[in-house]
Design a protein. Sequence first.
Length: 613
Amino acid sequence: GIEEGELTIDGFAPRATALRGTLAISDGAVAGQGIEGVFLDGPISASVAPAELDGYRARLEVDGEVTADAVARAFSLPIEQQVAGQTRWRGTLMIPSQREDGSAAAPLRVGITSNLTGVALNFPAPFDKAPAAATTLQVDFSLGSDRLGVEGHLGASRRFALDFEGGDGGFMLHRGALRFGGLAPEPGPPGRFAVTGSLAALDFDAWLDAARSMGLGALGRDVSESIGPAALDADLEIGDLSGLGQHLGSGTLSVRRGGDEWLIDVDTVPVAGSIEVPTGVVGRPAIVANMQRLHIEPGEPGEPGEGAGLAGLDPRELPGLLLKAESFAFGPRRLGDLTADVRADAVGLRLVSFEASSAAFTVDGSGGWFDGPDGATTRLAFSLNATDVAGALEQLALDPIAEGDSAEITASVYWPGAPSADWTQHLGGDVALRLGTGSLLDIDPGAGRVVGLMSISALPRRLALDFRDVFNKGFVFDEISGDFAILDGNAYTDNLKVTGPVAEIGVAGRIGLRDRDYSQQAVVTAEPGKMLPTVGGLIGGPGVGAALLIFTRIFKEPLKGIGRASYCVTGSWEQPVVERLSAEQLEQGRLCAELPGGASPRPAQTAGRDTDG
């Protein structure tokens, strides 16, 4: 009989305790029924019978119940947040017979089976499971004096094989394989852990979060320290791949662990290329990306890929980036060939340079994402030169309302928060533009509307003006030029000017980038060369009173000549309201151009109104 017995296995830390029951030994054979005890803090019942297999003395059958916490503690697994609950299990222990020299005649074999009912697997797919779901887990161990082999499967489509080697520090992973898709995994070469097969879906970001929650730190750095020298090789076909806030769809993913970096190859419709991710964090070495395609979707504010993806990060802790993309797009905007050099800085990330070129335009600039006592700030300075205005507008997903063979835009802007934040809310800085000879298109012949000549984020977006007394078809221009001071999400100008062979337009006032609205005053004359010169007072920064005086002098003078008129442009970008001012209103100094500081004088009455819907 057995009372308060204990069963231990050399090289295997957990042990069975509080054993009680009866064993019968006859002619070297061991048998017993109704043996009870405790294993992994849970109750067990066991039976013993002859092994009936060469090299083995006895076969121990065990039924038990165990909690996920007990398993995690016994094997030092960092899965407390990912696995919870308790379940029943069944085990088989094959005890080897001994040779004359006392050595084991065969490896110790242990088999564990459970349907995991009652256990929640809170890993990302494909290793997720609800507590009530039944998913068969089969694990078989083969333990020799200096080797531990583990193989099994979770469900029918997730199969694994691991080979550990013993040493003074215990067992370390020597090689392994994990295969998705139902087939048995191919043994990996020494020193490698191979992941192969096909997956219905994989969320790379979710697995990074899971790795961090398990204390695995930087990608692969702490993993390699805990499992030994085996390096990862992954080759997967994925039906629905997501990563870095992007939904990439179907494609292939290959991951290799090099000496000091992860080598990642991805091939999907929006993203294709090679990425080198350093495993070390000292000095914040740069990620190197050579891409054939890099088409990024910005998403909506608060969703992955927009704001939420970067807002919680500290740029002072992020690595640099050396990027080369043969085809780069951000949402519907296609920038063509792009190179960027982003370097780690003591205060954040410094965009040393970026260059993009397409058949229609080139753009280059610099900037940075910095953090300080007042929070994060993003800065961007760039110069854009277009040789095909209509093509540039189309590639930048802007309203195709102009064509021409030259355009120049220079800008220096900044906004609080990360680069992916909603920059229209509190954008600041300045922008200057010039378009050479061309024509404004998409003009309604009946109303003659040109809406939003410049709204910074959409060039040009049409600025509602009524040209019925000047022309009734598209407007050919010799030049469009203007400077904009951007304050807290609003763009102000006092010198936006359109010069053409049949008419000239002068505009002053505000374009609301945040609220997507207008508050502007415009003068139109059908006598080119007789436009009153606008004064650069606003951009130069006088007080509101001085700026109002400048506006009064410009717009109060009686409008002389054929087809000369002044207009108020207000309302939203989608439905701007056009009010043609009478001479009496102008004599009274009734202005509608909004200036910095909130000054927004309006006409008392209108002689005519046109709403652009």
